[in-house]
Design a binder for this molecule. Structure first.
Ligand code: KIV
Ligand code: NA
Length: 265
Protein backbone atom coordinates (compact mmCIF):
# COMPACT_ATOMS: atom_id res chain seq x y z
CA UNK A 1 0.00 0.00 0.00
CA UNK A 2 1.21 3.47 -0.87
CA UNK A 3 1.33 5.72 2.21
CA UNK A 4 -0.45 9.06 2.21
CA UNK A 5 2.03 11.90 2.70
CA UNK A 6 1.64 15.64 3.18
CA UNK A 7 2.67 15.95 -0.49
CA UNK A 8 -0.12 13.64 -1.62
CA UNK A 9 -2.62 15.72 0.39
CA UNK A 10 -1.33 18.84 -1.42
CA UNK A 11 -1.59 17.13 -4.83
CA UNK A 12 -5.19 16.22 -4.02
CA UNK A 13 -6.04 19.88 -3.51
CA UNK A 14 -4.16 20.82 -6.68
CA UNK A 15 -6.25 18.45 -8.78
CA UNK A 16 -9.50 19.20 -6.95
CA UNK A 17 -9.89 15.82 -5.24
CA UNK A 18 -11.52 16.13 -1.81
CA UNK A 19 -9.61 14.83 1.22
CA UNK A 20 -11.47 12.56 3.68
CA UNK A 21 -10.37 12.76 7.31
CA UNK A 22 -11.58 11.28 10.60
CA UNK A 23 -10.37 11.12 14.18
CA UNK A 24 -9.25 7.94 15.94
CA UNK A 25 -7.79 7.35 19.37
CA UNK A 26 -7.10 3.63 19.68
CA UNK A 27 -5.70 0.65 17.78
CA UNK A 28 -8.92 -1.24 16.94
CA UNK A 29 -10.84 1.74 15.59
CA UNK A 30 -7.84 3.19 13.74
CA UNK A 31 -7.37 -0.12 11.90
CA UNK A 32 -10.98 0.06 10.65
CA UNK A 33 -10.73 3.74 9.67
CA UNK A 34 -7.45 3.18 7.81
CA UNK A 35 -8.65 0.08 5.95
CA UNK A 36 -11.80 1.97 4.89
CA UNK A 37 -9.63 4.38 2.90
CA UNK A 38 -9.59 7.59 4.92
CA UNK A 39 -6.56 9.66 3.87
CA UNK A 40 -5.83 11.51 7.12
CA UNK A 41 -6.40 10.25 10.66
CA UNK A 42 -6.30 12.86 13.40
CA UNK A 43 -5.52 11.78 16.94
CA UNK A 44 -7.53 14.74 18.21
CA UNK A 45 -7.50 16.18 21.69
CA UNK A 46 -11.24 15.48 21.39
CA UNK A 47 -10.02 12.26 23.05
CA UNK A 48 -10.42 14.36 26.20
CA UNK A 49 -14.20 14.37 25.58
CA UNK A 50 -14.77 11.13 23.71
CA UNK A 51 -12.31 8.83 25.47
CA UNK A 52 -11.96 10.36 28.93
CA UNK A 53 -15.38 11.98 29.44
CA UNK A 54 -14.13 15.48 30.18
CA UNK A 55 -16.34 18.43 29.31
CA UNK A 56 -13.59 20.23 27.39
CA UNK A 57 -10.34 19.41 25.57
CA UNK A 58 -8.26 21.30 28.14
CA UNK A 59 -7.44 18.53 30.68
CA UNK A 60 -5.81 15.98 28.35
CA UNK A 61 -2.04 15.74 28.81
CA UNK A 62 0.87 15.30 26.41
CA UNK A 63 1.55 11.84 27.86
CA UNK A 64 -2.08 10.84 27.25
CA UNK A 65 -1.97 12.16 23.67
CA UNK A 66 1.20 10.14 23.07
CA UNK A 67 -0.50 7.00 24.42
CA UNK A 68 -3.46 7.47 22.04
CA UNK A 69 -1.19 8.37 19.12
CA UNK A 70 1.11 5.36 19.53
CA UNK A 71 -1.94 3.06 19.63
CA UNK A 72 -3.24 4.59 16.38
CA UNK A 73 0.15 4.49 14.65
CA UNK A 74 0.48 0.74 15.33
CA UNK A 75 -2.79 0.16 13.42
CA UNK A 76 -2.33 2.45 10.42
CA UNK A 77 -0.80 1.20 7.17
CA UNK A 78 -1.82 3.94 4.74
CA UNK A 79 -3.29 7.11 6.25
CA UNK A 80 -1.34 10.19 7.31
CA UNK A 81 -1.43 10.29 11.13
CA UNK A 82 -1.65 13.79 12.65
CA UNK A 83 -1.61 14.38 16.41
CA UNK A 84 -3.03 17.36 18.34
CA UNK A 85 -0.64 19.22 20.60
CA UNK A 86 -2.70 19.48 23.80
CA UNK A 87 -3.55 22.68 25.65
CA UNK A 88 -0.55 24.05 27.52
CA UNK A 89 2.10 22.18 25.52
CA UNK A 90 2.90 24.86 22.92
CA UNK A 91 1.34 28.27 23.69
CA UNK A 92 3.60 31.16 24.58
CA UNK A 93 6.85 29.21 24.60
CA UNK A 94 8.23 28.05 21.27
CA UNK A 95 10.96 25.99 22.91
CA UNK A 96 8.38 24.01 24.85
CA UNK A 97 6.30 23.72 21.67
CA UNK A 98 9.24 22.15 19.85
CA UNK A 99 9.94 19.81 22.77
CA UNK A 100 6.29 18.72 22.81
CA UNK A 101 6.22 18.13 19.04
CA UNK A 102 9.45 16.15 19.17
CA UNK A 103 8.10 13.96 21.99
CA UNK A 104 5.00 13.18 19.90
CA UNK A 105 7.05 12.32 16.80
CA UNK A 106 9.64 10.23 18.68
CA UNK A 107 7.41 8.41 21.15
CA UNK A 108 4.35 7.75 18.95
CA UNK A 109 5.75 7.48 15.43
CA UNK A 110 3.11 9.87 14.08
CA UNK A 111 3.71 11.85 10.89
CA UNK A 112 2.67 15.41 11.82
CA UNK A 113 1.26 17.60 14.59
CA UNK A 114 -1.67 20.02 14.74
CA UNK A 115 -2.05 23.08 16.92
CA UNK A 116 -4.67 25.79 17.36
CA UNK A 117 -4.30 29.47 16.57
CA UNK A 118 -2.80 31.99 14.17
CA UNK A 119 -0.39 34.86 14.79
CA UNK A 120 -0.30 34.14 18.56
CA UNK A 121 1.44 30.81 17.95
CA UNK A 122 3.45 31.72 14.84
CA UNK A 123 6.79 31.40 16.65
CA UNK A 124 5.90 27.95 17.97
CA UNK A 125 4.85 26.85 14.49
CA UNK A 126 8.01 28.08 12.74
CA UNK A 127 10.20 26.46 15.38
CA UNK A 128 8.48 23.08 14.98
CA UNK A 129 8.62 23.37 11.19
CA UNK A 130 12.33 24.17 11.28
CA UNK A 131 12.90 20.83 13.03
CA UNK A 132 11.32 19.09 10.02
CA UNK A 133 8.01 18.29 11.67
CA UNK A 134 4.97 18.95 9.44
CA UNK A 135 2.39 21.22 11.08
CA UNK A 136 -1.35 21.45 10.51
CA UNK A 137 -3.04 24.67 11.63
CA UNK A 138 -6.50 25.03 13.18
CA UNK A 139 -8.57 28.24 12.94
CA UNK A 140 -12.14 29.35 13.64
CA UNK A 141 -13.73 27.61 16.61
CA UNK A 142 -10.60 26.44 18.43
CA UNK A 143 -11.91 24.41 21.39
CA UNK A 144 -8.84 24.98 23.57
CA UNK A 145 -9.99 28.64 23.74
CA UNK A 146 -13.55 27.81 24.78
CA UNK A 147 -13.28 29.85 27.98
CA UNK A 148 -12.29 32.88 25.90
CA UNK A 149 -15.19 32.38 23.44
CA UNK A 150 -17.67 31.39 26.17
CA UNK A 151 -19.75 29.41 23.66
CA UNK A 152 -19.37 26.73 20.95
CA UNK A 153 -21.28 28.85 18.45
CA UNK A 154 -20.13 29.58 14.86
CA UNK A 155 -17.06 31.88 14.63
CA UNK A 156 -15.98 34.66 12.24
CA UNK A 157 -19.46 35.80 11.26
CA UNK A 158 -18.38 39.41 11.69
CA UNK A 159 -15.97 41.21 9.37
CA UNK A 160 -13.20 41.81 11.94
CA UNK A 161 -12.89 38.17 13.00
CA UNK A 162 -13.29 36.94 9.40
CA UNK A 163 -10.50 39.27 8.28
CA UNK A 164 -8.18 38.05 11.05
CA UNK A 165 -8.94 34.43 10.14
CA UNK A 166 -8.07 35.07 6.49
CA UNK A 167 -4.79 36.73 7.52
CA UNK A 168 -3.98 33.88 9.92
CA UNK A 169 -4.67 31.32 7.18
CA UNK A 170 -2.36 33.16 4.78
CA UNK A 171 0.34 33.28 7.48
CA UNK A 172 0.02 29.52 8.09
CA UNK A 173 0.42 28.95 4.35
CA UNK A 174 3.42 31.29 4.08
CA UNK A 175 5.36 29.81 7.02
CA UNK A 176 4.93 26.32 5.57
CA UNK A 177 2.10 24.49 7.33
CA UNK A 178 0.91 21.58 5.17
CA UNK A 179 -2.82 22.17 5.77
CA UNK A 180 -5.28 23.92 8.07
CA UNK A 181 -8.46 22.87 9.84
CA UNK A 182 -11.32 25.39 9.63
CA UNK A 183 -13.86 24.74 12.38
CA UNK A 184 -17.41 26.10 12.52
CA UNK A 185 -17.16 29.18 10.27
CA UNK A 186 -19.47 30.43 7.50
CA UNK A 187 -19.29 28.49 4.21
CA UNK A 188 -18.57 31.67 2.24
CA UNK A 189 -15.48 32.37 4.38
CA UNK A 190 -14.25 28.81 3.91
CA UNK A 191 -14.56 29.26 0.16
CA UNK A 192 -12.62 32.52 0.28
CA UNK A 193 -9.82 31.02 2.42
CA UNK A 194 -9.62 27.85 0.32
CA UNK A 195 -9.27 29.89 -2.89
CA UNK A 196 -6.79 32.34 -1.35
CA UNK A 197 -4.28 29.91 0.16
CA UNK A 198 -2.33 27.16 -1.59
CA UNK A 199 -2.42 24.51 1.18
CA UNK A 200 -5.48 22.27 1.71
CA UNK A 201 -8.23 23.43 4.07
CA UNK A 202 -9.99 20.71 6.07
CA UNK A 203 -13.44 21.75 7.24
CA UNK A 204 -15.63 20.77 10.18
CA UNK A 205 -18.89 22.67 10.26
CA UNK A 206 -17.31 24.92 7.62
CA UNK A 207 -19.44 24.09 4.58
CA UNK A 208 -18.78 22.34 1.28
CA UNK A 209 -15.96 24.50 -0.10
CA UNK A 210 -13.12 23.18 2.06
CA UNK A 211 -10.57 20.98 0.30
CA UNK A 212 -11.43 18.15 2.70
CA UNK A 213 -13.74 17.30 5.58
CA UNK A 214 -13.16 15.96 9.08
CA UNK A 215 -15.53 14.73 11.79
CA UNK A 216 -15.12 13.00 15.13
CA UNK A 217 -15.31 9.21 14.58
CA UNK A 218 -17.69 8.49 17.47
CA UNK A 219 -20.10 11.13 16.16
CA UNK A 220 -20.05 9.69 12.62
CA UNK A 221 -20.71 6.20 13.96
CA UNK A 222 -23.52 7.38 16.25
CA UNK A 223 -21.81 6.20 19.42
CA UNK A 224 -22.15 9.64 20.97
CA UNK A 225 -25.85 10.43 21.22
CA UNK A 226 -26.37 13.81 22.81
CA UNK A 227 -23.98 15.84 20.62
CA UNK A 228 -25.99 16.95 17.59
CA UNK A 229 -24.80 20.14 15.90
CA UNK A 230 -26.23 20.80 12.42
CA UNK A 231 -22.89 20.06 10.73
CA UNK A 232 -22.86 16.47 11.97
CA UNK A 233 -24.07 13.67 9.72
CA UNK A 234 -24.44 10.31 11.45
CA UNK A 235 -23.65 7.37 9.17
CA UNK A 236 -24.64 4.66 11.64
CA UNK A 237 -26.47 4.20 14.91
CA UNK A 238 -23.85 2.18 16.76
CA UNK A 239 -25.26 3.35 20.07
CA UNK A 240 -28.36 1.24 19.41
CA UNK A 241 -26.40 -1.63 17.84
CA UNK A 242 -24.02 -1.81 20.79
CA UNK A 243 -26.71 -1.38 23.45
CA UNK A 244 -28.79 -4.21 21.95
CA UNK A 245 -25.78 -6.51 21.65
CA UNK A 246 -24.72 -5.88 25.23
CA UNK A 247 -28.18 -6.32 26.73
CA UNK A 248 -28.63 -9.55 24.70
CA UNK A 249 -25.39 -10.85 26.19
CA UNK A 250 -26.46 -9.87 29.71
CA UNK A 251 -29.83 -11.59 29.18
CA UNK A 252 -28.16 -14.80 27.92
CA UNK A 253 -25.81 -14.91 30.90
CA UNK A 254 -28.71 -14.47 33.31
CA UNK A 255 -31.01 -17.03 31.67
CA UNK A 256 -28.06 -19.43 31.33
CA UNK A 257 -28.31 -19.73 27.53
CA UNK A 258 -24.67 -18.61 27.32
CA UNK A 259 -22.37 -20.44 27.22
CA UNK A 260 -23.68 -23.67 25.67
CA UNK A 261 -21.82 -27.00 25.65
CA UNK A 262 -20.54 -26.07 22.17
CA UNK A 263 -19.05 -22.91 23.59
CA UNK A 264 -17.35 -24.83 26.42
CA UNK A 265 -14.28 -27.10 26.73
O1 KIV B 1 -9.72 17.21 18.34
C1 KIV B 1 -10.37 17.07 17.27
O2 KIV B 1 -11.11 16.08 17.07
C2 KIV B 1 -10.21 18.09 16.23
C3 KIV B 1 -10.99 17.96 14.96
C4 KIV B 1 -12.45 17.84 15.15
C5 KIV B 1 -10.62 18.97 13.97
O3 KIV B 1 -9.44 18.98 16.42
NA1 NA C 1 -8.54 19.15 18.48
Amino acid sequence: IKRVTTHIIQEMKNRGEKISCLTAYDYSMAAIVDAAGIELILVGDSASNVMAGHETTLPITLDQMIYHASSVVRAVKRALVVVDLPFGSYQGNSEEALRSAIRIMKESGAHAVKLEGGLEVKESITRILSAGVPVMGHLGLTPQSIYKFGTYTVRAKEEIEAHKLLEDAQMLDEVGCFSVVLEKIPAALTRQVSERISIPTIGIGAGPHADGQILVLHDVLGITKTFKPRFLRRYADLHTVMSEAISSYARDVKNESFPTDKESY
